[in-house]
Design a protein around this ligand. Structure first.
Ligand code: BJW
Length: 236
């Protein structure tokens, strides 16, 4: 294989499953217990902000649980990045902080971060580890009632899309890990990478919606498959 110079990795909820966090669309996933339209749209937040804040407060508390930690898949990506001489960009759809806890550096949270809050009045974004309430005051502008989780709901624009597409257009390897391929624009990244002539690889528990778009695939739990696949890439 020619030398790999530029890698984009996309991760989804499946990479954090073995760390104890739920996926969305598996049988025991989040969307099996709550409806998307009740908690993950701007309309839901406008209609019932208390419910939406509580949904994210509960997940934020869960992330702070001492039992939640990066698993071998998160660690393998950080270790590979540290040793790789080329360009490496990790794009995660996950709002957990397990990639940064594992040591990943070039990281984009395209769907936001659970441990941050944003003020809709002044657009200030800051770290937020506590519960959010509908009458929480913005620490920057002091406005009350405009604080929201810094996450991307359906119908909202994911973050840093220009930087992501620029990396996809210049990459020669695209690896998708632990995502079902149901949600756009992330589900379309494999096509952008193919257009750039990149080698495309899927590492997932099972074939995703877009499985046929990948040249290669390895199926199994991320904690096993990801360390093995990246260890081999490092020695190729
Ligand atoms: C394991 C494992 C293990 C399990 N090891 N693997 C009609 C057609 C096309 C598009 C649209 C449409 N109508 C509307 C749209 C757009 C819409 C969309 O895609 N809708 C679809 C449902 C059809 N998208 C949007 O609205 C987005 N914004 C947008 O498009 O803006 C306009 C735009 C246009 C052009 C360019 C750019 C922008 C916003 C999407 C926001 C998604 N938000 C959520 C929730 C917020 C964050 C949160 O609360 O956490 O993000 S939804 C949820 O899904 C979350 C996730 O990040 C996202 C993806 O889920 P993911 O990660 O794939 O999880 P699962 O559960 O689906 O899959 C897990 C996988 O892991 C499975 O395959 C398992 O097998 C596997 N697995 N255990 C390895 N141990």
């Amino acid at each position: 294989m020619p030398e790999t110079r530029s890698i984009v990795v996309l991760t989804g909820a499946g990479i954090s499953r073995e760390s104890g966090l739920h996926t969305f669309r598996d049988a025991d996933g989040i969307w099996a217990t709550v409806k998307v339209e009740d908690v993950a749209t701007p309309e839901a937040f406008a209609r019932d902000p208390v419910r939406v804040q509580e949904f994210y407060n509960e997940r934020r508390r869960g992330l702070a649980n001492t039992g939640i930690a990066p698993n071998p898949a998160h660690l393998a990506l950080a270790e590979f990045e540290a040793a790789f001489a080329g360009d490496f960009l990790l794009v995660t759809q996950n709002i957990d902080d397990l990639h940064e806890r594992a040591g990943s550096r070039e990281l984009i949270h395209m769907h936001g971060e659970l441990a941050k809050a944003r003020c809709e009045a002044c657009d200030d974004v800051g770290e937020w580890r506590e519960d959010l309430y509908i009458d929480t005051a913005c620490p920057a502008c002091t406005q009350v009632g405009d604080m929201r989780p810094h996450v991307v709901w359906f119908g909202e624009m994911p973050f840093e899309m220009d930087r992501i597409y620029a990396a996809l257009e210049g990459c020669d390897l695209f690896v998708s890990i632990g995502t079902s391929g149901n949600v756009y624009p992330a589900a379309g990244f494999v096509q952008a990478a193919r257009m750039a002539g990149a080698r495309t690889v899927e590492l997932n528990l099972e074939p995703s919606e877009g499985a046929t778009l990948f040249e290669e695939a390895v199926y199994g739990p991320a904690g096993t498959v990801v360390p093995g696949w990246f260890a081999k890439l490092a020695t190729d």
